[in-house]
Design a protein around this ligand. Structure first.
Ligand SMILES: Nc1ncnc2c1ncn2[C@@H]1O[C@H](COP(=O)(O)OP(=O)(O)OP(=O)(O)O)[C@@H](O)[C@H]1O
Ligand SMILES: [Mg+2]
Length: 204
C-alpha cells in the first residue's frame, strides 16, 4: 500500500491525474475499451515493447485514456511516469550535463513512460535535441512508451524536417496509433459550468 502510494506520488506529477481512473469513466468513449485491453495485456505489452500513440482533436479524452492506464498499472505496483515535454525541459534547464544525462536515464527506470501532449513545446533547437534524446533513450531501453498528441497522423508520418523525423520515426515504430475521433468532452464541461454559474447568479 505504502509503496503504491509512493509510486503514485512519483509517477503522477499533476494532481488532476489522480482522477483519471476507470472508475471515473463516463462510458461515452468507445475507445476506452482499448485502455482496458492494454492494462489486461500489460505483461505482453511490456515484453513486446508495445506502446500507443493516442492522437486526435482537443478534448477527446486522450489524456484521460492514458491516465487511466497509468493509474491502473500503478495500482498493480508497476512503475509508471506520466509527464510532458515542457516539464522534462524545465527539469533539464540550468542543470549540469552529467545530471541531465542521469535524469534522462532515470526516465527509463519506469516500466511505462507516458508523454502527454507531444508537439506543444517550443521547437527550439535545444528543445528538439532534448526531445530526441529522451525518445531515443526510451527507444533503446526497449520499454513501452505512450504518447498523446493533437498532431494528425499525416503530420507525424510526414515530418517537416529531419529533427522531427528522427523523433516521430521512433515513435511510429513502437507505438500503435489510436484515433480519438469523438466529441470534445470539455464542451460538455463548459456547458455544465455555465448552467451552474447561471443558477448561482440567479440566486443573488
Ligand atoms: N471517458 C471519460 N470519462 C469521463 N471524463 C472524461 C473522459 N474522457 C475525457 N474526460 C474528461 O474530458 C476532459 C477532456 O479530456 P482530456 O483532457 O483527456 O482530453 P485530451 O484529448 O487530452 O485533450 P487535449 O488534446 O486538449 O489535451 C477532461 O476534463 C477529462 O476529465
Ligand atoms: Mg490532453
Amino acid at each position: 500500500m505504502k509503496r503504491v502510494k509512493r509510486r503514485k506520488a512519483q509517477g503522477l506529477q499533476d494532481r488532476y491525474l489522480y482522477d483519471y481512473t476507470f472508475a471515473n469513466d463516463n462510458g461515452q468513449n468507445p475507445v476506452m475499451e482499448k485502455a482496458h485491453a492494454y492494462v489486461e495485456h500489460w505483461k505482453e505489452a511490456y515484453r513486446d515493447n508495445t506502446g500507443l500513440l493516442l492522437f486526435g482533436d482537443v478534448g477527446t479524452g486522450k489524456s484521460f485514456f492514458a491516465g487511466c492506464i497509468a493509474n491502473a498499472l500503478l495500482d498493480r505496483d508497476v512503475p509508471v511516469l506520466m509527464t510532458n515535454f515542457p516539464s522534462i525541459l524545465n527539469r533539464l534547464t540550468g542543470v549540469f550535463a552529467e545530471d541531465r544525462v542521469a535524469f534522462i536515464a532515470s526516465l527509463d527506470d519506469y516500466s511505462l513512460l507516458v508523454i502527454d501532449d507531444l508537439g506543444v513545446e517550443r521547437n527550439t533547437e535545444y528543445a528538439m535535441e532534448q526531445m530526441f534524446t529522451v525518445i531515443d533513450s526510451r527507444y533503446r531501453s526497449k520499454k513501452p512508451l505512450i504518447v498523446t498528441t493533437n498532431l494528425k497522423l499525416e503530420e507525424i508520418k510526414n515530418p517537416p524536417d529531419l529533427a522531427h523525423a528522427r523523433i516521430y520515426d521512433r515513435i511510429l515504430e513502437r507505438c500503435a496509433p489510436v484515433l480519438f475521433s469523438g466529441k470534445n468532452f470539455r464542451e460538455e464541461g463548459a456547458r455544465a459550468t455555465k448552467a451552474a454559474a447561471k443558477e448561482i447568479v440567479s440566486k443573488g
